[in-house]
Design a protein around this ligand. Structure first.
Ligand SMILES: Cc1ncc(COP(=O)(O)O)c(C=O)c1O
Length: 363
């Protein structure tokens, strides 16, 4: 008798960016491949983690309510802490949503090029991915295409805003048009893990639609702007009705003591957050100037990474950059053919990247 579920046995795991230790083997590397915070982690979060480490022999809080309260506060208490679902990463929140809503044969909609974990996790549920690709050179959302793709079996719609790997946003006005027309049996995941970096005034987080009662989850992560990718911590916020349901899928004591305390300190350290955002805004302008000078195609970004296109194969480009102690991410896998995603680094890292790129172009 077959012991494996066929869709799991046939599936492939997500291929994440490698760590600097894996690639550099002890050498100093500029890690510009996974959209981490160039300025590191808040010193207050580090202190909270150290203090918590002393108490690791004790169970943490049964539920991460204190962290949920700090997160709700960071949104000006527009939502109650009970509307925040915390897990060990943004990726895990996606998994919780999938477990909550996807049965075998159900459909979920994605808009490639985008973050590939939705596909990887959805397929393991035995669900069917429906891809409504972004349109044109500026990666516009195909609103009518999405609405036409919705069937009775559609359960989830993933909107990544700002989008990874393009760094572009979908404006509020266009999303209003889309979300007003999406029927209630479709849960919208507004993945906004890069939202703090957005400068475009046409941008809007999920909060607006959640407060209107739309069946939507705003997805966020401590890996990016909070500089805690190594911790593994993420959250979703949603309507009271969806939160009550999704919370049933979380486990007791699942937010470890260090993540809980460091997470609270990170959320409260708004000075560090602002410094991180200011750095990205300044550094991306330096990168634009240099990429223009070198004549390399790129897309203006609303996140902490820039999508570029070189004439040569992105894998060859990646390989060359590693020889220059720089890690970048080819994103063919994300559906952006011929493109590479470059995380904004420290000033030193960005300058090293430009120097290496110049060398590559002269080859
Ligand atoms: C768009 C997007 N969503 C979610 C995640 C998941 O982040 P994590 O699992 O590190 O919290 C990432 C990470 O790269 C991402 O780019």
């Amino acid at each position: 008798m077959e012991i494996f579920k066929k869709h799991i046995a046939a599936s492939k795991n997500y291929v994440g960016g490698k760590s600097a230790e894996e690639v550099g083997g002890g050498r100093k590397m500029y890690k510009m491949s996974s959209n981490e915070n160039a300025l590191g982690i808040s010193p207050k979060a580090v202190q909270a983690a150290k203090d918590a480490a002393e108490k690791l022999y004790l169970y943490p809080d049964g539920t991460p309510k204190r962290l949920a309260q700090a997160i709700a506060e960071s949104y000006g208490n527009q939502i109650d802490h009970s509307q925040v679902i915390i897990s060990d990463s943004g990726s895990s929140v996606i998994e919780i949503i999938n477990r909550g809503f996807l049965n075998e044969g159900d459909e979920y909609i994605v808009t490639n090029p985008t973050f590939q974990l939705y596909r990887v996790l959805g397929i393991k549920m035995g669900a069917v991915q429906v891809d409504v690709r972004l349109e044109g050179d500026d990666f516009k959302l195909n609103v009518q295409g999405i609405l036409d793709a919705i069937t009775d079996r559609t359960r989830l719609l993933y909107i990544t805003n700002p989008n990874n790997p393009t760094g572009t946003i979908f404006p509020e006005e266009q999303l209003d048009e889309l979300f007003n027309a999406v029927p209630d049996h479709v849960i919208i995941i507004h993945d906004e893990v890069y939202e703090k970096y957005v400068e475009d005034p046409r941008y809007c987080t999920a909060m607006k639609w959640i407060l209107q009662g739309k069946n939507m989850v705003g997805l966020n992560s401590f890996s990016k702007m909070y500089g805690m990718a190594g911790m593994r911590l993420g959250y979703g916020y949603t309507t009271p009705k969806l939160a009550e349901y999704l919370t049933k899928l979380t486990k007791p004591f699942s937010t470890n003591r260090i993540a809980l305390e460091a997470g609270i300190a990170a959320v409260k350290d708004t000075d560090f957050l602002q410094k991180s955002v200011d750095h990205v805004h300044k550094a991306k302008r330096y990168m634009y100037t240099e990429l223009d000078r070198l004549g390399v195609k790129y897309w203006k970004t609303e996140a902490n990474f820039i999508l570029i296109k070189t004439e040569e194969d992105p894998l060859a480009f990646e390989e060359f950059m590693v020889t220059q102690s720089i890690m970048v991410r080819p994103v063919n896998y994300f559906g952006a053919d011929g493109c590479t995603r470059v995380t904004i680094s420290t000033d030193e890292g960005n300058e090293a990247f430009i120097k290496a790129l110049e060398l590559f172009l002269k080859k």
